[in-house]
Design a protein around this ligand. Structure first.
Ligand code: SF4
Length: 418
């Protein structure tokens, strides 16, 4: 594959940033690195010590979604910039013009066009990595670490793919089928033991996050998904005796009000996320056919708003795949229109207490959108600033999914720069 002419014609990082003098440089750099990906030089690979750093492991969601070059393994799960900004990114073929991660003059560096742009480091490996549960399961295959958060992925399958209705930017199931990495379902006991062990590391983790693919089975669609989450959450909750709630985010399909109430009443989970992915009804129908078939755009939105009554203001949000609204051929024709329409739709949620966070869309080689290109740096900067402004306007807290806890949403990175 060759780099598309439009990518080569983009203004360099510093020139694009110069158009936004009030925007923090580190956060802009994070966005650009996520947009373009990274390539580790042999010298960098030689100096990455797997006994010190957290490397990409067997966790299916990250391994699946971190597969731009489909070959490189054993690289750090994320970069960390000098101001503490975390950058979840993945190895990318050189032909796609990624940043280089090099080792020079005794430190790791981000390099672009031969020039060192920034010094970087990587997340340290948590103490529980490499340990086994009493059932012999590697703890780091079921619970992986963000700097302050434990991420749990109970299963590695999404049932939308059964009738070919997976989301068009997603490569979860094709990746599993290609690599044959289907994991056994996480047992509540393994979840309990892994969290118990992780929490022994003083001062490292402040919250837990759990997500998996959608499961449509059950008397009411998604009852099976809900029941499984409840089992795992109840087991994890045994680590917090005497507490009704513990800091925990769960990212699920859009459950109806009865299901959500059951989730809230029967577990210690304290916040809820359900991802609309793209903030436009027509594009949602095209890009997320499974979500449209089983819930529908308007109903999904309604369930998010209804959830605020259950979980409380500042405890509900929805994720979007930033830039996918420009996917060809049905996406918005220009970045200008995409930004205007996306922010207008985001305001309908934020004004009702549902926060919106974005991740940078990466066209994955095994996804339907594999041949496409994500948006410009300028677009992502304006999207981050626009969402931050709306969050400010409605004074909506978003602490449970911020730069400390998640670190993968440029608009919540901006909250510490306010
Ligand atoms: S709901 Fe969509 S994005 Fe999530 S795992 Fe299923 S296909 Fe992928």
């Amino acid at each position: 594959m060759t780099t598309s002419p439009s990518r080569r014609q983009e203004p360099p990082f510093e020139a694009a940033l110069a158009q936004h003098p009030a925007f923090p440089r580190f956060i802009a750099l994070k966005i650009d690195v996520q947009r373009r990906g990274v390539h580790y030089t042999p010298e960098a690979l030689r100096h990455i010590d797997g006994s010190v750093y957290q490397l990409i492991g067997d966790n299916v969601f990250f391994a699946a979604l971190g597969a731009r070059d489909q070959t490189t393994r054993q690289v750090p799960e994320a970069l960390i910039l000098r101001d503490g900004t975390t950058v979840l990114t993945d190895p990318t073929p050189l032909e796609q013009n990624p940043y280089l991660v090099d080792y020079r003059d005794g430190h790791f560096a981000l390099v672009d066009g031969g020039r060192e742009v920034e010094e970087v480091d990587f997340w340290e490996k948590p103490d529980y990595y490499g340990q086994l549960t009493s059932q012999g399961t590697p703890m780091d295959s079921i619970v992986f670490a963000r700097p302050q958060r434990l991420n749990i992925t109970p299963t590695a399958y999404c049932h939308f793919w059964k009738d070919d209705q997976g989301c068009k930017y997603c490569d979860l199931v094709p990746h599993i089928q290609k690599d044959g990495v289907i994991k056994k379902k996480l047992s509540p006991k393994d979840a309990y033991e892994s969290v118990r062990e992780a929490l022994k590391q003083k001062g490292r983790f402040t919250t837990i996050c759990m997500t998996m693919g959608s499961d449509v089975k059950g008397k009411i669609p998604f009852d099976a998904e809900l029941d499984y989450y409840i089992d795992i959450l109840q087991a994890i909750g045994e680590n917090f005796p005497g507490r009704k709630k513990f800091p925990c985010q769960i990212i699920t399909t859009a459950f109806d009000a009865g299901q959500l109430q059951r989730l809230y009443d029967q577990t210690g989970v304290s916040s809820w996320t359900s991802d609309l992915e793209v903030l436009n009804e027509e594009l949602f129908k095209w890009i997320c056919p499974g979500k449209e078939k089983w819930v529908g755009y308007r109903e999904w939105k309604k369930r998010l708003v209804d959830a605020v009554d259950i979980f409380g203001r500042g405890q509900v949000n929805s994720g979007i795949v930033g830039g996918v609204e420009l996917a060809r051929p049905h996406g918005f024709a220009t970045e200008e229109e995409a930004l205007k329409r996306t922010l207008a739709e985001a305001e309908t949620l934020i004004s009702q207490g549902v926060a919106v966070v974005y991740i940078v869309w990466v066209p994955r080689p095994l996804s339907y959108f594999k041949d496409q290109q994500n948006a410009s740096l300028d677009y992502y900067i304006r999207l981050a600033a626009g969402l931050r402004d709306l969050t400010d306007k409605y004074q909506l807290p978003i602490d449970f999914d911020d730069y400390r806890r998640c670190g993968n949403h440029p608009n919540t990175d901006l909250l510490r720069a306010a």
